[in-house]
Ligand binder design. Structure first.
Ligand SMILES: Cc1cc2nc3c(=O)[nH]c(=O)nc-3n(C[C@H](O)[C@H](O)[C@H](O)COP(=O)(O)OP(=O)(O)OC[C@H]3O[C@@H](n4cnc5c(N)ncnc54)[C@H](O)[C@@H]3O)c2cc1C
Length: 373
């Protein structure tokens, strides 16, 4: 056996797994890109969520509430740029108020201790450009420099018992005699193999493909992903005075995203997004069509005054690894696969938002699952 554990993928979740696992196990991380965090982990809103939206008792709610605390602590102890700036969720129409009431109850069921109803006047005093009838205030929501966070996890892992193999694309996995043999291809087409007792599938957008490679029936198990793109528009710096907190609308009905929201970046600049567009083919196309600006402008103008269409400039896009299910809030799949014939193989599938917030807690949970084995 070459390693105790092989982690496939070095996004923020794979890195967090490597940081915790390498305290105890010899660990190899295999990553197809030239460095860590080149995909979804560097294409998101960088928001530290507080755990108010997700149904109680789900992995998303539990890992997010705990992850919020642990991520702030990690940022402080590792000097990661972050700000606990807080967020308003605003109702701009009477019909939206029941949603906020339910959200408040949901947050309380999830043990989010700091969540408050705020009146239109209170919001106006704090955010004069925000239009609202009433809102929820979540002071524990914040923003983080996701690249610096990933760098700190990478340093943590490499300072322990962990090696990284970048530019290696995992193309095959065999299981026999209690060991996994992984085949990884380099850019020049050479294929190398290495063995381990445990595998962590943290391959993000390709986590279902990796589960299939080992021999799992992903359709039957409900592991199949559908990619859903989210575009962003940045707001001209001359308008960065329009808001100082994160501003979220009430999400569109029957939708599995939070609505086009306003994000403040660490430098104070503002960004709108993401929207939600299901992709019919699996292609990492991160372009942002300029004509989408009108829809973003219309959505944001409902809750923000002082914005002009010309203030919006195409920014980045990210792709969500969404599980193909009818549920609006499908939970993360974090599963050790003994039951399906693959002991020591842990799948992390459907790790969409709030995966960044939960990364440390996912890493700890994965280590716990392996120590149980
Ligand atoms: C638009 C958008 C906004 C979001 N906003 C937030 C937010 O504000 N707050 C929050 O908490 N979360 C947010 N998220 C979610 C968060 O970004 C993700 O949950 C998190 O980044 C997932 O990390 P990961 O490591 O699982 O995946 P990834 O970052 O995708 O990493 C997976 C890695 O696996 C590698 N890989 C894949 N296949 C192979 C292979 N065959 N061989 C080798 N390597 C492979 C990839 O190259 C990649 O580096 C958002 C997501 C999106 C898309």
């Amino acid at each position: 056996m070459d390693f105790d554990v092989i982690v496939i993928g070095s996004g923020v979740v794979g890195l967090a797994c490597a940081a915790f696992l390498s305290e105890t196990f010899s660990t190899l991380v295999i990553e197809r890109n030239k460095s860590f965090g080149q995909e979804t982990s560097s294409r998101n809103s960088e928001v530290i969520h507080s755990g108010i939206y997700y149904p109680p008792e789900t992995l998303k709610s539990k890992l997010c509430v705990e992850g919020n605390r642990s991520l702030y602590q990690w940022c402080q102890s590792h000097n990661i740029p972050h700000k606990k700036i807080g967020k308003y969720i605003v109702a701009t129409d009477e019909n939206e108020i029941p949603y906020l009431e339910n959200l408040y109850k949901n947050a309380k069921s999830n043990n989010v201790d700091e969540i408050y109803f705020v009146s239109a006047d209170e919001i106006r005093r704090d955010e004069p450009n925000v239009k609202a009838l009433v809102g929820l205030w979540s002071p524990r929501t914040g923003i983080v420099d996701s690249h610096k966070l990933m760098e700190s996890l990478y340093i943590e892992a490499t300072s322990k018992n962990c090696m990284f193999a970048f530019r290696h694309n995992v193309v095959g996995i065999e299981f026999s005699g209690g060991l996994y043999k992984i085949f990884a291809q380099t850019e020049s087409g050479e294929v190398f193999s290495t063995t381990s007792k445990f595998i962590i599938n943290s391959a993000g957008l390709e986590s279902d493909t990796i589960a299939q490679l080992v021999g799992l029936n992903i359709e039957e198990l409900g592991y199949t992903l559908q990619w859903a793109k989210g575009h962003y528009f940045r707001i001209k710096p001359s308008k960065s005075h329009l808001a100082k907190h994160l501003i979220y609308p009430v999400p569109p009905k029957d939708s599995s995203f939070l609505g086009v929201h306003l994000t403040v970046e660490l430098d104070g600049n503002l960004k709108l997004g993401p929207d939600l567009e299901y992709l019919s083919e699996r292609k990492q196309d991160y372009s942002v069509p300029e004509q989408k600006a009108k829809v973003f402008y219309k959505s944001a103008s409902k809750y923000l005054s002082g914005l002009e269409l010309e203030d919006l400039l195409p920014d980045q896009a990210g792709i969500r690894p969404k599980l193909r299910t009818f549920s609006n809030y499908p939970d993360f799949i974090i599963k050790e696969e003994t039951q399906n014939g693959f002991p020591g193989f842990i799948n992390l599938i459907g790790i969409e938002s709030p995966g960044l917030t939960c990364c440390l807690e996912i890493g700890k949970l994965v280590k716990y699952l392996l120590l149980e084995k």
